[in-house]
Design a protein around this ligand. Structure first.
Ligand code: FAD
Ligand code: FES
Length: 279
């Protein structure tokens, strides 16, 4: 298809039907969607703009993608995400995208992934795609507590990770603490050439500092307030000393080199009204 037509198609809202709902716990749901029309196949790390019923349109990473089926992993945090928990099989949602860049990891045979909460979504998709090419990965996976823990045993393709280590803040499942607590040990012990991380920005900042100190390459998936997803409104700006970025089109995936220059990484972001707030 001509690139211009492809871009236009990407920006149209398309109807996807809810095919299955996997209630993982009180705070996480996996929703599988199917479209009768063609859509651009997303790459791991890319996101969609999705709305349902009365929700606003929100950015959500692709969790799984096979043929005409897409899956989302959604954490209930506020109004719009709660609306997704009310969906029933046969309902529809409106989707545009995929948007943004993606994780480029094919040159790395063995990588360490670090995920916090809904940060699991893009990393799981990446791991499944890499496994198809016999590339390997371990994952350090953190959640607040047992009630929020998404166990990989809930999904068909658990074998996409060699090693999975769970952490909870309160020790109610897996190891007590944060995935960052053991990061250095794993980096020294393993033969990883790249760290790939997604989750809360404070966690990403710690990983960034450790990787910088150890001289290991890293990619980070960042979240900022995404309204247009087209690079137009400026709500997702990441301010750098030499260059600023729009997370919606220049990201959401950023390299360690790019983030070295970013002054508000781990410190500030903009809310829905454009006010600068502490992270
Ligand atoms: C690129 C990207 C990929 C994401 N992927 C996932 C995913 O796979 N699964 C998942 O559960 N969550 C994901 N999120 C986060 C998700 O978009 C927010 O949790 C959701 O928008 C919150 O909406 P709400 O109305 O429920 O919460 P609100 O009460 O409105 O807000 C709760 C929090 O979510 C943030 N938020 C609200 N609206 C937006 C928005 N439009 N853009 C970014 N952040 C927002 C707010 O800053 C606030 O910190 C992703 C965010 C981004 C930017
Ligand atoms: S969301 Fe509008 S510029 Fe990024």
């Amino acid at each position: 298809m001509h690139t211009k037509n492809k871009l236009l198609l990407n920006n149209l809202r398309r109807k996807f039907i809810v095919k299955s709902i996997n209630n993982l716990n009180q705070n996480f749901v996996e929703i599988s969607l199917e479209s009768s029309s063609d859509f651009t196949a997303p790459k791991p790390g890319q996101y969609l703009m999705v709305m349902c019923r009365n929700s606003e349109e929100i950015p959500l990473s692709v969790f799984k993608c096979e043929n005409k089926k897409l899956s989302l992993l959604i954490k209930k945090v506020g109004y719009s995400t709660s609306e997704f928990f009310k969906l029933k099989i046969g309902d529809y949602v409106l989707v545009r995208g995929p948007y943004g860049n993606f994780f480029e990891t094919l040159n790395h045979e063995n990588i360490l992934m670090v995920a916090g909460g809904s940060g699991l979504a893009p990393l799981y998709f990446l791991a499944c795609e890499r496994k198809k090419g016999n590339l390997e990965q371990d994952i350090l996976l953190g959640f607040r507590n047992l009630n929020e823990t998404v166990k990989l045993g809930n999904f068909n393709n658990t074998s996409c990770f060699n090693k999975v280590v769970y952490y909870t803040d309160d020790g109610s499942y897996g190891k007590k603490g944060f995935p960052t607590d053991d990061l250095l040990t794993y980096l020294k012990r393993g033969s990883y050439s790249l760290v790939v991380a997604a989750g809360p920005e404070k966690m990403l900042q710690k990983i960034f500092q450790t990787c910088l100190k150890e001289g290991i390459d890293a990619l980070f998936s960042l979240e900022r307030y995404i309204k247009c997803s087209l690079g137009l409104c400026g709500s997702c700006i990441l301010e750098g000393r030499n260059k600023s970025y729009r997370v919606c089109v220049d990201g959401p995936v950023f390299s360690i080199t790019q983030l070295k220059d970013v002054v508000d990484f781990g410190k500030f972001k903009y809310d829905e009204t454009g006010r600068k707030i502490n992270i």
